[in-house]
Design a protein around this ligand. Structure first.
Ligand SMILES: CC(=O)[C@@H](O)[C@H](O)COP(=O)(O)O
Ligand SMILES: NCC(=O)COP(=O)(O)O
Length: 245
């Protein structure tokens, strides 16, 4: 049985930093902690509006990561220039909308094959492996193969957001079928988005999946799990201050 890898998305460490315009918490520090805990990769999404991850993070991570960077980005000239300079192990091309709270759907590869193929060629020329973040959809998988992508990441948002068990089972079956199909076409198949502690196991059980990228749930869990220690440390400092220590 092959093992399944975890890429930890650290975008929302940066969300917390950007909320106050501070220098902490630092996603570069978070990446080192995640790697130390066993993450096999670090995922970062440099959005065009820089709402969380900023350019400085990408450049520093490129120097400090011990594993590999999965750089999520929109297919724009600006992002392509950055990726070609940074040369992460992977670039994952994603769709982006200014007004969205998070990535709402997969990239329409079939509808813009020329543009995606040109981006893949540009990135491949500098040694970057390109993944396409797509829905579990045969047309999009065929298009990913046709444009020469070596990897895809199946958007698991519909599964994660399913409103009942029937819907969830239907989405899981679709992801399984499409992961098998994509794998049979020679693609390396990853998956991610909205995966959580309560819904990850059935996805991790799909043998064709190579890596899961998970962020929001892990960062949210870390905030709660770390809270007791953080409060105790602050109380201790306050009491020491009061005692003049
Ligand atoms: C492409 C994808 O599914 C996400 O990893 C992406 O990073 C979501 O963007 P936010 O992190 O801004 O929610
Ligand atoms: N590509 C998916 C990802 O990186 C993590 O998404 P989420 O777990 O933050 O929803």
């Amino acid at each position: 049985m092959s093992r399944i890898l975890l890429g930890v998305n650290i975008d929302h460490i940066a969300t917390l930093r950007q909320a106050r315009g501070t220098s902490y918490p630092d996603p570069v520090h978070a990446a080192a902690v995640a790697e130390h805990a066993g993450a096999e990769g670090i995922t970062v999404h440099l959005r065009e509006d820089r709402r969380h991850i900023i350019d400085r993070d990408i450049y520093l991570l490129a120097k400090t990561l011990k594993t590999r960077m999965n750089f999520e980005m929109a297919v724009t000239d600006e992002m392509l220039d950055i990726a070609c300079e940074v040369k992460p192990t992977y670039v994952c091309l994603v769709p982006e909308k200014r007004e969205e709270l998070t990535t709402e759907g997969g990239l329409d590869v079939a509808g813009q094959m020329g543009k995606i193929e040109a981006a893949i060629n540009r990135l491949s020329d500098v040694g970057v492996k390109v993944s396409l973040f797509i829905d579990a959809d045969k047309t999009q998988i065929d298009a990913a193969v046709a444009v020469g992508a070596p990897l895809i990441e199946i958007h698991t948002g519909c599964y994660a957001d399913a409103e009942n068990e029937v819907e969830e089972a239907k989405e899981l079956a679709r992801i399984k079928e499409m992961a098998t199909y994509a794998h049979s076409k020679g693609l390396v198949v990853n998956a991610g988005h909205g995966l959580h502690y309560h819904n990850v196991k059935p996805i991790a059980a799909i043998p064709e999946l190579y890596e899961l990228n998970i962020g929001h749930a892990i960062i949210a869990r870390a905030a709660i799990d770390g809270l007791a220690t953080a409060v105790k440390d602050m109380k201790q400092l306050m009491n020491e201050g009061r005692r003049g220590e």
